[in-house]
Design a protein around this ligand. Structure first.
Ligand code: ATP
Ligand code: MG
Length: 392
């Protein structure tokens, strides 16, 4: 078993002057992720690399599971780190590495050495040839293939020692959470919004969330489902502060005062307004929704125009051009799908018209909203003031 993991990152390598901020963030996120498991890892950064070195026992799969959820990580390489004891010993060290790393040696390979310590004898070509020969002698089943090897044995000869690794487990990519501001996610119990939140977090954005709850029309269990979803997204994004807003009175009032075929759209506009208020209060610079063009009546182009006009903050809709099937695939991959399809409604059926408008006109919707003038301001204020905050 190898006690060190080499953690490579891609995109943050190109951030110029701010590079160290991204690196430090990633180091601290890797640290936080590994703290939750056994192994006492020491996480360090060195020349564009991050190393996590364990000094206790740990479960390999658990480490990989945790690291594949840290955005910003491009590759995870279990690695053997040895002292530089010269060419003769290096042959033995590389043989020992391979013996530890594999059980079956029916594969093609090549050695890819990097002589970073220029004082080391030979050239990388001669080192490759020498180590390749040593491996062929030690493992007769091996074959060399320099163009398309099954296994590339990386040998990095540094001043601080020699790194040997060949297994490369893809990380999630993206940018470290906390390097790109904060957004307010409108999180429902559906399939789409958790995926939208995950996608934005993957770009380094801290996620805060708001859920509009309508008791007794929506059940306590529906709320718990949203909490569960937030926790699942938080496995990637880090802790999410979930604002639960009681939306019942507002929904009933809209139901009483406005044409029923416009209910959904007007409701959505009030969700956006309240989300924006909470976003401003909590230092979020934008809103995120799980909307996608044409998915349902409230997401036709015309409906989106009306929803978008309700607030001034930028609204990010990462799924806007995704087909449902593609969204489902992501939700399966990130582990939210099973929870999303639990049968608890997030919006009571009495509030949904049989034939909602599919091509609402903004000026007409605004006209209908005038019917709400008398009480809506106070109701929105109450809804915001009585929010419940749950850390997920
Ligand atoms: P989802 O699968 O995310 O629930 P959906 O396909 O059911 O989406 P809608 O119900 O039209 O679509 O909702 C569109 C978006 O509005 C959601 O993706 C979410 O961002 C937001 N939204 C809808 N209902 C709520 C709610 N009760 N609380 C918070 N946000 C909501
Ligand atoms: Mg929904």
């Amino acid at each position: 078993m190898f006690h060190t993991f080499l953690i490579k990152y891609a995109e943050i390598g190109i951030k110029g002057k701010n590079r160290y901020l991204f690196e430090d963030k990633l180091v601290s996120l890797v640290n936080r992720a590994l703290k939750r498991i056994d192994g006492h890892f020491l996480v360090t950064k060195e020349a564009g690399r991050i190393y996590a070195e364990a000094d206790g026992d740990f479960d390999d799969e658990e480490v990989i599971d945790v690291l594949t959820r840290v955005f910003g990580v491009a590759d995870i390489c279990p690695m053997m780190r040895v002292e530089d004891l010269g060419p003769e010993k290096l042959r033995e060290q590389v043989i020992e590495y391979l013996r530890e790393a594999y059980d079956d040696f029916h594969f093609t390979f090549k050695v890819d050495s990097r002589r970073i310590n220029k004082a080391y004898p030979g050239t990388s070509e001669t080192i490759n040839a020498d180590l390749g020969e040593a491996l062929l002698e030690a493992f007769p089943d091996l074959r060399v293939d320099v163009h398309h090897p099954d296994v590339k044995v990386n040998v990095e000869i540094r001043k601080t020692g020699v790194n040997i690794y060949s297994k490369v487990i893809p990380g999630p990519g993206g940018l470290p959470v906390g390097t790109n501001g904060k957004s307010m996610l409108l999180l429902s119990g559906g399939i789409d919004s958790p995926v939208a939140g995950w996608m934005v977090a993957k770009r380094g954005v801290i996620i805060e969330a708001v859920y509009f709850h309508a008791p007794p029309y929506t059940s306590e269990r529906a709320k718990e489902k949203v909490v569960d979803l937030a926790k699942l997204v938080a496995r990637y994004s880090g802790p999410i502060r979930l604002h639960v807003v009681n939306f019942t009175d507002i929904q009933l009032y809209i139901y009483q005062q406005c044409p029923h075929d416009e209910l959904t759209i007007i409701m959505r506009r009030y969700m956006m307004r309240i989300a924006e208020m909470l976003a401003e209060k909590n230092g979020c610079l934008s809103l995120v929704t799980g909307e996608s063009i044409g998915q349902v009546a409230s997401q036709t182009m015309q409906s989106l125009v009306c929803t978008d006009a309700a607030c001034t903050m930028p609204v990010f809709r990462p799924l806007i051009a995704f087909d449902k099937q593609d969204i489902v695939e992501i939700s399966e991959k990130i582990g939210t799908y099973e929870t999303s399809i639990e049968p608890y409604e997030d919006c009571c059926t009495i509030f949904v018209a049989k034939h909602p408008v599919t091509k609402p006109l903004l000026h007409k919707i605004e006209k209908s909203e005038e019917n709400l003038r008398e009480k809506i301001g106070e109701m929105v204020k109450t809804a915001v003031d009585t929010e419940e905050v749950i850390w997920c």
